[in-house]
Design a protein around this ligand. Structure first.
Ligand SMILES: *Cc1c(COP(=O)(O)O)cnc(C)c1O
Length: 388
């Protein structure tokens, strides 16, 4: 009989667990709209030792994140971070900044989610829907706000379910007529991939999170908040605590860029490094140009083999939503079958979302993906079509 020492047994078990946990995850190239591929040097940042979250070093990191984020979002507004996914700050924004009634414009799943957040927090709100695949128009916003019923507006910048990028420049023109309305924008799947000139547009709360075009692991939400939005929070009685934007703002002010509760420091290291990469190495404008090129390539490819799903006038720059029927066919391909075909090549794309599941599929072209990656995934989908 061979007896194994407890220490060795533990090591063996650890190795087994490591294999179980790491092996299937490491190699897959993701073309789903979040989480996106994270580069290896950024992943390494996540394994650095902890520091005290009340240290000078923590303040330094958080200030640098804030400065670089302002550059990427073209804003002087205050940057707030939250250890949560993007949804946390979406809920925080509508709850902290609605004193009267919110006008929620929805063009798909994530607009609907913002409305649900309002309702479940007891915030008076109305939802204005567009037909799936169509944008929120400036006329719709004007019609709603001209009633005088609303003091907060939410708009989805880039709807990840339909593949639409809303015409925020046109909406910004209309918003000039309503200086008392706080304008919140969900840019979770577009910020750092599409150019959004926050201050020029007059956006009061612009929200994003780490796992999409920023190409980081999920777990941090980021927003840029205006003084006007901050002032509004004083009129709101029940703002909650963890996601209360006023509490976070005040704490950053008083404690030199520190946060109310212990933030995910590992993600902050990674975010800090990634923002330096975007600003100083790749260049912000180059990053946007790369996303435009990838989008143009993917759309042209989709046109050749399938059809792009949403209204072409408003196409997203960070993902393409594609009709599941190949050109000239009435029959949809099976997206689970397609992904099963892609799996041995370590590739994965996104099924449609919500009501568009199976009827569409989604190819993300955001974050760190390069043209050769887009050529790889599209060639693989063509191979799948040929195999049928
Ligand atoms: C992913 C996504 C969200 C939700 O963000 P989380 O970080 O997962 O909470 C919200 N809005 C849009 C447009 C998204 O794509």
């Amino acid at each position: 009989m061979i007896l194994c020492s407890p220490k060795l047994a533990t090591r063996a078990r650890m190795a087994e667990l490591n294999n179980l946990i790491l092996t299937p995850v490491m190699a897959i190239k993701l073309f789903i709209p979040g989480p996106t591929v994270v580069s290896e040097d950024i992943l390494k940042e996540m394994s650095l030792p902890m520091i005290a979250h009340r240290s000078k070093k923590a303040s330094e990191i958080q200030k640098r994140i804030s400065d670089n984020m302002q550059k990427i979002l073209f804003t002087e507004n205050r940057i707030l971070l939250s250890t949560s996914s993007g949804s946390g700050l979406m809920e925080g924004a509508i709850r902290s900044c609605t004193a009267k009634r919110a006008a929620v414009f929805s063009i798909g799943a994530f607009g609907d989610k913002w409305y649900k957040m309002a309702k479940t927090n007891g915030i008076p709100a109305d939802k204005f829907d567009s037909v799936m695949g169509e944008p929120t128009t400036a006329e719709m916003v004007d019609a709603a706000l001209s009633t005088g019923k609303y003091d907060l507006l939410t708009v989805t910048h880039n709807e990840t379910s339909s593949g639409i990028q809303n015409p925020v420049e046109e909406i910004a023109e209309v918003m000039k007529k309503y200086p008392d309305v706080v304008w919140c924008v969900d840019a979770v799947s577009s910020a750092a991939g599409s150019k959004i000139e926050t201050d020029k547009l007059g956006i009061d709360v612009l929200i994003t999170s780490t796992q999409k075009a920023l190409a980081l692991p999920p777990g941090l939400a980021i927003c840029a908040m205006s003084k006007k939005a901050y002032d509004r929070t004083a009129e709101v009685e029940n703002r909650g605590l963890y996601f209360d934007l006023r509490t976070i703002w005040d704490f950053i002010d008083k404690k030199n860029y520190q946060y109310t509760s212990t933030p995910c420091l590992s993600l902050m290291y990674a975010l800090d490094k990634q923002l330096q990469h975007i600003v100083e190495v790749e260049g912000i404008e180059n990053r946007f140009a790369r996303h435009e090129e990838l989008a143009a390539y993917t759309r042209a490819w989709a046109d050749e083999h399938f059809a792009v799903y949403p209204n072409r006038k408003y196409l997203s720059k960070t993902l393409t939503v594609i009709d599941s029927r190949p050109k000239g066919s009435d029959e949809m391909i099976s997206i689970p079958e397609l992904n099963a075909f892609l799996a041995p090549r370590n590739l994965q794309l996104g099924n449609g979302y919500g009501g568009l599941k199976d009827k569409t599929f989604r190819i993300a072209h955001m974050g760190e993906l390069q043209m050769e990656d887009m050529k790889e995934i599209t060639a693989a989908v063509e191979d799948f079509l040929k195999s049928k």
